[in-house]
Design a binder for this molecule. Structure first.
Ligand code: ZN
Length: 388
């Protein structure tokens, strides 16, 4: 480690990090409805206080993004630190500790968002704070904080952020979704479709006089489930998956149903393209099923030999003292929009374990939170070629 790196790491403040994360968890931002603006405003103020140039970008109903920078000399493109303000709801299963209490037990901070992803956000903010506090520190590119709202729904915030053109000077993208401090460099895309099967009603004692829309739907779903696109399994992401999240049809037990609808979620590794795949499923749907596109996300794949990947692997190995190999993840992040738009390398690394995502009794270990801050500090210092 260089002297400037040591100097920055000495400025990491564990107690302030814990307090910050508790504040983030206690400010409820479950999506729906989101209403993340109140937290976005608070974070914008916090970043201003630690010396960053900050812009708040409100949108929709009480929603908002925050873009903040530590300015570099402009000799290198910037590095994006990405996180989202919204969380999923706390769910039906009762929690052992209150989901918005941010209580500490057994060196863990519990609460909705502790892992996904207010823990990651707190670690990125504290890394930026450590850099900003180090006197005389010079960077060759900007450290760009890009925190968004609406990530757990339809990525509304990041789409607006890209449309605004405010982060187009970046050269690399790092998002702190939970990975257990592993370095992930690829993510699956998604294809969301709505199927509507048609039929003809009849009395159920004479089903041959009608056409059962539910059977038509079931037959289509089986065809869709068995369908294998021409494709070689991705080295980090494996094969596509398919699941049906919603199905509706029928009115009475003794009436042959004439409609049935279903919503289908397909997760797609590269190089498969959602829109091309959609055309294949449309062919499978045949005459009795109409298929509409709800939304899609492109997959992201980063070359393991990309220098940014090496920087992140080295930083994670040094701080965790564990060998790291690049991995991939089946979920998508804000990276699907930003990395595809600007052709940036993607690294996902965050302090809580991946399996913790959307669980009840969600937590992050305080020691992993602090390691996260140090890893993000090193990534920023090295990618932006810091000098004293
Ligand atoms: Zn997330």
């Amino acid at each position: 480690m260089t002297s400037i790196e040591n100097e920055v790491l000495e400025r990491v403040e564990p107690e302030a990090a814990v307090k910050l994360l508790q504040k983030l968890i206690r400010t409820r931002t479950t999506n729906p409805p989101g209403h993340e603006l109140i937290l976005a405003e608070w974070v914008a103020d916090y970043l201003k206080k630690i010396g960053l140039q900050v812009e708040l970008m409100p949108f929709g109903e009480k929603r908002g993004n925050v873009i903040a920078r530590i300015k570099g000399s402009g000799k290198k493109p910037g590095l994006i630190f990405s996180a989202h303000f919204d969380t999923v709801p706390e769910g039906e299963i009762p929690w052992t500790y209150p989901p918005y209490g941010a209580e500490i037990h057994d060196n863990k901070i519990f609460g909705r968002g502790a892992a996904d992803m207010k823990g990651g956000m707190a670690a990125m903010i504290m890394a930026a704070a450590a850099l900003a506090k180090t006197p005389g520190l010079k960077l060759k590119g900007d450290l760009i904080i890009a925190f968004t709202s609406g990530e757990t729904s339809h990525l509304e915030g990041v789409k607006l952020l890209v449309e605004s053109g405010k982060i187009k000077d970046a050269g690399a993208f790092c998002v702190s979704e939970p990975t257990g401090l592993e370095v992930l460099i690829a993510e699956k895309g998604a294809l969301w479709m709505k199927a509507k099967a048609r039929g003809r009603t009849a009395h159920s004692s004479m089903p041959e006089r009608g056409e059962n829309a539910i059977f038509n739907m079931v037959n289509f779903l089986y065809r869709a489930q068995r369908y294998k696109p021409a494709f070689h399994s991705h080295h980090l992401l494996g094969d596509p998956t398919i699941t049906v999240g919603i199905i509706n049809g029928g009115v009475l037990i003794n009436v042959v149903p004439d409609t049935c609808t279903a919503e289908i979620d397909i997760r797609i590794p590269p190089p498969l393209k959602p829109k091309e795949l959609f055309r294949e499923y449309k062919k499978l749907a045949g005459q009795t099923v109409d298929l509409d596109l709800i939304d899609y996300k492109l997959p992201v794949d980063t070359d393991p030999a990309d220098p940014f990947v090496k920087i992140c692997l080295d930083a994670a190995e040094q701080i965790t003292r564990k060998k790291k190999v690049p991995g991939g993840t089946p979920y998508f992040t804000d990276g699907t929009i930003i990395c595809n738009e600007y052709n940036l390398p993607l690294v996902i690394i965050g302090p809580a374990p991946l399996w913790m995502t959307h669980q009840y009794d969600e937590y992050v270990e305080i020691s992993d939170l602090i390691k996260g801050i140090k890893i993000f500090s090193l990534i920023a210092l090295r990618y932006l070629e810091a000098s004293p």
